[in-house]
Structures are given as C-alpha cells and as structure tokens.
Design a protein around this ligand. Structure first.
Ligand code: GNR
Ligand code: NI
Length: 171
C-alpha cells in the first residue's frame, strides 16, 4: 500500500471533475486501498480521488470509532435529497485547520457501486449524509468553502494567505 499526497486548497487541481469508473479491476482496488491508507494516516473520515489528483469517481470513508469499517463508493450519485436542511461544522483534509458550518440536505438517497461493480442503493442520514455530499462535491471539483458566502470565503482566503506568509518567514 502507498500513502498518497493530498492536494491543498487553493490548488487548481481540486477544481477538476472526475470521470466515471468503467473498469472494476485490480487497479481500482489498489487505488481504493491506497486512498484508505492515506485517509487513515491523515486522520480523515472520508477522501475523494480528486484530492489525491486521480480523476476517477472513487470515494472512501470510515465513520467508525475504531477505524475498522471502511466503505468504498464507486460512481456515487444522489437520487433524491430531503427538503429538511441541516448545518454541520465541516472540515477538509484539503483545507487543513479550517472548520466552517455548511448547510446541506439532512438526508440523501444514494446510488453507488461496490468494488465488484454491484449497484447499491442507500438512504444516508447524519454524518454519512454530510460526508457523502462533501465527497461527491470533490468529484465535481467543489470544495466546502465554495458553499460559504462570498464574505466568509474572502475572510478565509485572507487568513490562509497570512498563515502561509508567516510560515514562510519562520522557516
Ligand atoms: O475528515 C473529514 N472530516 C469531515 C468533517 C465534517 C464534514 C466533512 C468531513 S470530510 C473530511 C475529510 C475530507 O476532506 N474529505 O473530503
Ligand atoms: Ni474534503
């Protein structure tokens, strides 16, 4: 297994749109394994292939306390969303140190494929709903900051630039 490099905002490659997976082969399961290893090593609960600069519609996740319940979503799609909206304080491995409240549909009806290609339908709520919406956004080139107000985005961009400058001086 290999730990992959996670792209950091504002890297333009995070704006790439991923292509559907067509081949359910060894290479795909190796990618999913590497993504899981990368996610665990970075202490994340989810990871989308775009974050490791692979433009395939692959998402991995593990919401368990013991970090022993990996889920792999190939070609995930949202069929329906609830009218009810929930707010959750989101973070992202591609935007380290930034946490902001994001509003999204409370529950989503999902369709995805497993590593063997089998199609699964699933009703996601709570953290799984938040996380899969966050990950599908990545597959479309969208980062959670894009869902905040312009004012909030500008404040965060300024803060990140300031922090980068400070780091540069310290080195
Ligand atoms: O590790 C992660 N935590 C998290 C917390 C709240 C909402 C979404 C997430 S996903 C994030 C990992 C990540 O960046 N996935 O793309
Ligand atoms: Ni993310």
């Amino acid at each position: 297994m290999t730990i992959l490099k996670v792209l950091h905002y504002p890297d333009k490659r995070l704006k790439s749109v991923a292509k559907p997976v067509l081949n359910f082969d060894k290479k795909l399961s190796k990618l999913a394994d590497d993504m899981l290893e990368t996610m665990y090593s970075e202490k994340g609960i989810g990871l989308a292939a775009v974050q490791v600069n692979v433009l395939q519609r692959v998402v991995v996740m593990d919401l368990s306390e013991e970090k022993n319940k990996p889920i792999i979503f190939i070609n995930p799609e949202i069929n329906r969303v609830s009218k009810e909206i929930r707010e959750y304080n989101e973070g992202c491995l591609s935007v380290p140190g930034v946490y902001e409240k994001v509003q999204r549909p409370a529950t989503v009806n999902l369709k995805y494929q497993r590593l063997d290609g089998k199609v699964v339908e699933y009703e996601a709520d709570e953290l799984l709903s938040v996380c899969i919406q966050h990950e599908i956004d990545h597959l479309e080139g969208v980062v959670f900051l894009d869902r905040l107000s312009r004012l909030k985005q500008e404040k965060i961009i300024k803060r990140l630039a300031k922090e980068r400058k400070k780091q540069f001086i310290e080195v």
